[in-house]
Write a protein of this length. Structure first.
Length: 467
């Protein structure tokens, strides 16, 4: 009975309870069980399915009802106080995985210390950055360890997301892989993405600062092209305009040509066209001499070797690159008279190197970041203090990201109504503006995190938070 809502089903159930149970009643019960499952009420769904197979054993939906009941039984058999964690803890990505793990373990320790309920068990598995290994450990966590949800993966996101969807286990992926959450409704992501950054910086530049014209300098690689496309698209949505866009090679060190192109200073020297013959007729020679003489007579020797002046017809220039590249680009922008414009970057600008080497060239520059230690919010201050007490150093972005992913699962499974993976999936999809270390979080219809990032500005030799 497609299209019937829960109230309709309930009315039909009450009606048929008064009469003899027949063929339509079986369809009503099955639809009711499916709706209860979608609401995360697996135990109630089982009761309805039991009634169907008991009272109508020969019904055409009795077989599907038994299969659904068996699946729900497996889901109810999980341990709601056990969560899994799949990260690259050895191999080339070890340092990234270990940073996330530190945040995860701190969150679990804090939860267990403050909770009056059963302690949460964290089962950690090393993916080694290998997709096949990641799938193997995922299947173990689902089928043997009976975890209710999983933190990760990072590097092996695509293969793991598909397997998690097929097994019906909620995961919180920590990756920038494009469209990863479109794999299915069990796949969530809470990580810093290019789109989040662009949706933070563009409204600030246009709506807050009132800028309208922008230039883009970007590295010709996957990262640079992705950010350039997103920035341009978002500018158009907000009424902005791109008046200059130039690329450069990823390992380039001399940026004179792309800078001159966006400022109208770039020109190519005249090269005479080749002719079929080097011979010049007497008439052509006379004409050529007259032309040269005229040019020589009217030429201003004082300006003969001067290059054209820079035309800076933009309010800001966006450079999606590392702080190392910005340390080369920023001085060259100033050398080519690109001044009094806003410099806009990405989270890769959040580096001490930028302040140490280029502070004088990037004053006032703004960029989004996924985590800021000096954030004034209480949840951030408490995390920073706790992390420093535990590990003896300040936390980084990946520490905060791991802590947020674990905290998100922990605060949901604490709810007595969350007893199954399906119920956890539903709860994740309904999270709304939950205050986390990396920002207030909600999830969109695909399971991707929606959050407003922190904006930082360069002031003197430090980064300050943009209010």
């Amino acid at each position: 009975m497609p299209g019937l809502a829960a109230p309709d089903i309930e009315r039909l159930v009450r009606k048929y309870n008064k009469y003899e149970k027949d063929e339509p009643y079986g369809h009503i019960l099955f639809q009711q069980a499916r709706l209860l499952e979608e609401e995360g009420l697996e135990s109630n769904a089982q009761e309805v399915l039991f009634e169907l197979v008991t009272d109508l054993p020969a019904h055409e939906l009795a077989g599907p009802a038994r299969e659904l009941a068996e699946r729900l039984e497996k889901d109810l058999a999980i341990d709601k106080w056990t969560i899994g964690c799949i990260l690259p803890l050895t191999g080339p990505y070890e340092k990234f995985g270990m940073r996330v793990l530190a945040g995860v373990e701190l969150a679990v320790a804090e939860f267990n210390a403050s909770s009056d309920g059963a302690p949460v068990r964290l089962i950690i598995k090393d993916s080694k950055g290998d997709p096949e290994v990641a799938v193997d450990v995922l299947e173990y966590l689902v089928n043997e360890a009976k975890v209710i949800g999983i933190i990760g993966p990072m590097i092996t996101a695509e293969s793991l997301a598909e397997t998690a969807q097929n097994l019906g286990i909620p995961i919180i992926a920590l990756t920038q892989k494009q469209d990863i959450t479109r794999t299915g409704d069990y796949v969530f992501r809470n990580f810093l993405t290019p789109l989040q950054q662009i949706r933070t910086i563009v409204p600030y530049a246009i709506d807050k600062l009132g800028y309208r014209k922008f230039a883009i300098l970007y590295p010709d690689d996957v990262y640079g092209v992705r950010f350039m496309d997103l920035f341009w698209d978002e500018l158009i949505k907000h009424g902005g305009q791109v008046v200059g866009v130039e690329s450069y090679q990823a390992k380039q060190t001399d940026f004179a040509h792309p800078i001159k192109k966006i400022t109208g200073m770039y020109y190519e020297r005249f090269e005479p066209e080749a002719t079929d013959s080097d011979e010049i007729t007497e008439e052509e020679a006379d004409l050529f001499e007259i032309k040269i003489e005229a040019e020589e007579d009217t030429r201003d020797e004082a300006t003969e070797n001067e290059e054209p002046e820079a035309i800076v017809d933009f309010d800001a220039v966006f450079v999606p690159d590392t702080s190392g590249s910005i340390n080369l680009i920023a001085p060259q922008l100033a050398y080519n008279d690109v001044s009094d414009v806003l410099l806009i970057g990405t989270n890769l600008w959040h580096s001490r190197r930028l302040l140490e080497q280029s502070a004088g060239y990037v004053q006032g520059a703004v960029f989004p970041t996924g985590f800021y230690c000096a954030d004034s919010r209480r949840v951030v201050r408490e995390f920073v203090n706790s992390f420093e007490e535990t590990f003896g150093k300040k936390p980084c972005f990946l520490n905060a990201q791991g802590h947020d992913a674990a905290t998100l699962l922990l605060c949901l499974i604490e709810d007595p109504a969350i007893r199954t993976r399906n119920a956890l999936k539903i709860a994740l999809s309904q999270v709304e503006m939950l205050p986390m270390i990396t920002g207030f979080i909600s999830f969109d219809e695909t399971g991707d995190a929606i959050k407003e990032l922190t904006l930082l500005k360069v002031k003197g030799k430090r980064f300050i938070q943009v209010k």
